[in-house]
Design a protein around this ligand. Structure first.
Ligand code: SF4
Ligand code: SF4
Length: 390
């Protein structure tokens, strides 16, 4: 351990650190004490299987519940928020185009925020007299309960929609964290006297509002603040790489990648201002893509359009699958030729959803339109979709 590790920063140093990190492009910089994080909520969520196939959540559960397992001797957590709201979103309609989660309409934030975090680490090293061994940083994917720490630091509160809500930025924050052995006096949480077990119940500043719970089209909230990932459009269109359950497809509507409904309806967004976006690279072109363009994506075009975005991880087959669901819900017969081609795609997952979409659009005429695709089909899942035609 280096000399600065374990030392309590003076208040003036702490505020200089906050300003130094803000200058790097972080819109929020807050501090929390790294005492044991209450992981009871996470464990109950995992025990109920509400995380679907996200096995990595189980693997990292213990570390998420205790920062000391991630960085022995940790004293403080620095919470960093980057506001990704854009004012143009307030004015523009979607003109019937497929919808993308707002956070995805950027180059992958894990990549664009990383240089900011590296620079933040250097600022911390210099100001606190430590080395890189005395801190660890994460953007979203690490074994850190960022929303829980953020709530403790007063950055915001956990809404009934299970998202971190900032009084200043609404629902539109990317969160990153730095665990460090430097002792930094914590900021006040929004509720000055936290719950006895340290776990603040969701909805601290929601009052009687239930808009997010009521607006979810797939009924994914078994309780306020608890999302059943298996029913959530974000999970189904991004994390699930296989078949989307038939009973959820209609609720997906025109959401081709992720879903913001339970964020958009939140009244706390009234106060959100556009972020400085110093650590983000906007991709406004994505919202302009038509459904027809998506249904006709080739591997080369997919690579060209989605290079450097988080969407590339879904791969072409995942996006074609989602586009088929959106096309089925849109019900526009002009998409039938593209869908019939996808009904003989090399991926069984794509074929299954294309068959479903043709059925949704063409109804009784679907069996005839798909006759050629049915011949030679051997995959049981796709055959089940064909069978549902009759
Ligand atoms: Fe429901 Fe969409 Fe929110 Fe998921 S992201 S819980 S589907 S409203
Ligand atoms: Fe809370 Fe209402 Fe926002 Fe949901 S929509 S998080 S209930 S304030």
């Amino acid at each position: 351990m280096t000399a600065g590790a374990g030392r309590r920063m003076a208040d003036a140093e702490r505020e200089a650190l906050r300003e130094g990190l803000r200058a790097l492009g972080f819109d929020e910089v807050r501090f929390a004490a790294a005492e044991a994080e209450a992981g009871a909520g996470l464990r109950a969520w995992l025990a109920d299987g509400l995380h679907g196939d996200m096995a990595w959540m189980e693997r990292t559960a213990e570390k998420r519940a205790s920062a000391d397992l991630v960085l022995p001797g940790v004293r403080s957590v620095i919470l960093l928020g980057v506001n990704y709201w854009r004012d143009e979103w307030r004015a523009k309609g979607d003109e019937g185009r497929p919808l993308w989660a707002r956070y995805a309409q950027y180059e992958d934030y894990h990549d664009t925020m990383k240089p900011g975090l590296e620079a933040a680490g250097r600022v911390l090293e210099e100001m606190a007299g430590i080395t890189a061994a005395d801190y660890r940083y994460y953007v979203d994917t690490g074994p850190v309960l960022e929303r829980g720490w953020a709530a403790r630091s007063g950055l915001g509160f956990r809404g009934k929609n299970a998202m971190l809500i900032s009084k200043k930025h609404g629902n539109w924050l990317f969160l990153a964290s730095i665990l460090t052995r430097v002792d930094i006096a914590p900021d006040e949480p929004l509720r000055k006297k936290p719950a006895a077990d340290g776990a603040e119940p969701a909805g601290l500043l929601c009052g009687k509002c239930t808009r997010c719970l009521d607006a979810c089209p797939t009924n994914a909230f078994p309780a306020p603040g608890v999302v059943d990932a298996r029913r959530c459009i974000s999970y189904q269109t991004i994390e699930n790489r296989g078949i989307i359950p038939r009973e959820l497809r209609a609720g997906i509507g025109t959401h081709v990648y992720g879903c913001d409904i339970c964020l958009e309806v939140c009244p706390w967004n009234r106060f959100a201002q556009a972020g400085r976006q110093l650590l983000l690279a906007a991709r406004p072109d994505l919202a302009g893509l038509t459904l027809q363009e998506l249904l006709e994506l080739t591997p080369a075009r997919f690579a060209e359009v989605f290079r450097r975005t988080a969407i590339k991880r879904l791969k072409l087959t995942g996006l074609l699958r989602n586009a088929c669901v959106v096309a089925g819900n849109a019900g526009d017969a002009s998409h039938l030729p593209a869908l019939r081609k996808l009904a003989v795609h090399e991926s069984a997952v794509v074929r299954a959803h294309a068959v479903w979409a043709v059925r949704k659009i063409a109804g009784a005429g679907a069996a005839e339109l798909l006759g050629a695709a049915r011949v030679g089909e051997t995959d049981a899942t796709v055959l089940a979709e064909h069978a549902a035609l009759t």
